[in-house]
Design a protein around this ligand. Structure first.
Ligand SMILES: CC(C)(COP(=O)(O)OP(=O)(O)OC[C@H]1O[C@@H](n2cnc3c(N)ncnc32)[C@H](O)[C@@H]1OP(=O)(O)O)[C@@H](O)C(=O)NCCC(=O)NCCS
Length: 130
């Protein structure tokens, strides 16, 4: 019996590391710096934490990692502001892509974030269905 043909999938990864200090020195979060990079929901999430710059760094790292991964799946230009990080009830981060790029609009992205008081790191795995 012939083997079923595997569906073709495109997978890429991305990683980013950020210094927390970069975000600390831009505080308070009401400033232009934050509103150009983060969505309202992302800002609300980070400022709800005891030390927001740590979470801004983690959120930014997640957006950059997702951008790197998705960028490798398309020839079109995509923007970091097209990615939004939200969190599940268990605190696990999710990222959505709101860009209009026809090559990647169905992309599925998984992310993981970790931080110390000084640095934040994130990795992303982006998958396109066949
Ligand atoms: C989530 C968890 C792995 C965080 O580990 P940690 O070493 O304290 O922190 P890290 O810096 O490595 O990671 C923090 C990031 O993990 C992510 N995260 C949070 N909850 C998560 C979860 N359930 N699954 C995956 N990732 C999670 C978030 O992005 C968080 O960053 P944020 O606070 O900016 O949103 C850890 O707290 C855990 O295992 N929680 C599960 C629930 C649990 O066991 N609760 C304790 C009951 S006694």
């Amino acid at each position: 019996m012939p083997m079923a043909k595997e569906p073709r999938a495109w997978i890429q990864i991305g990683v980013d590391i950020e210094r927390v200090e970069r975000f600390r020195k831009e505080m308070p979060p009401s400033g232009h710096f934050f509103s150009t990079i983060f969505t309202k929901r992302e800002i609300e999430y980070c400022v709800s934490k005891v030390d927001p710059p740590i979470h801004f760094a983690g959120t930014f790292a997640a957006k950059e990692a997702a951008h790197k991964a998705v960028n490798r799946l398309t020839t079109n230009r995509i923007l970091i502001t097209s990615f939004e990080v939200t969190h599940g009830k268990d605190g696990a981060p999710n990222v959505s892509y709101t860009g209009k790029d026809s090559e990647t609009k169905k992309v599925d992205i998984k992310i993981s974030v970790s931080h110390t008081t000084e640095d934040a790191i994130a990795i992303a795995l982006a998958t396109l269905p066949s």
